[in-house]
Design a protein around this ligand. Sequence first.
Ligand SMILES: Cc1cc2nc3c(=O)[nH]c(=O)nc-3n(C[C@H](O)[C@H](O)[C@H](O)COP(=O)(O)O)c2cc1C
Length: 187
Amino acid sequence: MPRIGIIVGSTASASINLKVAKAMATYLPEGFEAEFLDFSALPFFNYELESEWPAEATAWKNAIEGVDGIIIVTPEYSRSIPGALKNALDWSARPWGQASFNGKPTAVMGASISAAGTAMAQQHLRNILAHFNAPTMGQPETFFQYNADAFGADGSVQNEGSAAVLRGFAEAAAAFIGSHVTEHASA
Ligand SMILES: Cc1cc2nc3c(=O)[nH]c(=O)nc-3n(C[C@H](O)[C@H](O)[C@H](O)COP(=O)(O)O)c2cc1C
């Protein structure tokens, strides 16, 4: 069964991206297993920490390398990705030559309270993933405009338009990741 790691770019417990990611995960087709990958325990990266490599960084790299593909759901902070997510991506790229995202099929989306939100963050994220040699899903680009009224108390999506966007993204991401798994299995 293909396993998908979901990374949320926000560390806020009330994160709208966490809420949207959880809702999106309910639309992954049967036969896909979703696991949320948490980077909040990582220290701020600096290369001097590499000589006494932290256990948290090993756990983080193992988590990424242990799944078949990744979905990143990120907010946009100051027209880019949040610093905490960038820190986690920097750790994943070390030691030099051992980027955990190398060859890992990845799909990105994001939620914002504003209509144009996360477009720039997602573009910055795509640059980083290209540098890591992670195959990245092109479409559907998903800039989800968050509206609290669209979600029920249990986190389920109450609005058909929002549900259709999340379902469309989840199905496309699963197909994208699944096709890479099949390719590897037959190689
Ligand atoms: C420091 C900061 C910068 C922000 N910059 C942007 C931005 O550039 N674009 C945007 O759409 N929203 C921006 N926002 C608003 C976020 O969309 C909003 O805070 C959202 O709840 C963040 O997602 P999260 O709850 O998952 O962390 C910013 C918020 C913060 C705290």
